[in-house]
Design a protein around this ligand. Sequence first.
Ligand SMILES: Nc1nc2c(c(=O)[nH]1)N[C@H]1C(S)=C(S)[C@@H](COP(=O)(O)O)O[C@H]1N2
Ligand SMILES: [Mo]
Length: 185
Amino acid sequence: MRIAIGLLALNCLFHLSTRTQAIEQEAPAAAQSKPMLTIRGEVEHPISLGAKDWEELPRQSVRAKDHGGQESTFEGVALVEVLKKAGVPLGDRLRGEAITTYVVLDATDGYRAVYSLAELDPAFTDRVVLLADRRDGKPMPPPEGPLRIVIPDEKRHPRWIRRVIGITVRRDRDEAPAAKPEGAR
Ligand SMILES: Nc1nc2c(c(=O)[nH]1)N[C@H]1C(S)=C(S)[C@@H](COP(=O)(O)O)O[C@H]1N2
Ligand SMILES: [Mo]
């Protein structure tokens, strides 16, 4: 009898622990799916954005013609908003050494492109560089999405990066100048 009760208890414990493991494995995926976008480099707080963080960012939409000439409504988050969340100098803080700041965007296929911070800052320009997640009201599946850069008034399309996954913010301060600055010996 004692052995039977002991076995029963063990059996219950076993089920409980496997059940807990199953819940633990499911929970992170449900609460915060794997990162959509990682921001690192010269930022105040490097971050990885999950679907939930992404949903909290301010959204806008633009009309733009893609490389094939098809005009669509693209909806998403301005690239600068993502950078603001990670913390970069903008507006009147974007001067002096900071004005050499640029961002390198990475795609899942290894494709990369560069944008200067000043050309993304609404204090400098009305041009929009959008990280789009919807085209004509629908999510963009790979190989275009889930995130794609859209730049409505850029005449050529190499910087319309598909499948964006990472952003590195860099500053040029460490580079030697091309010519000797005045006053240098
Ligand atoms: N990830 C990724 N994005 C990319 C490219 C690429 O090779 N990989 N090619 C670029 C170039 S050169 C162009 S012209 C456009 C083409 O966009 P489309 O696929 O919508 O026609 O995508 C740009 N975005
Ligand atoms: Mo291209």
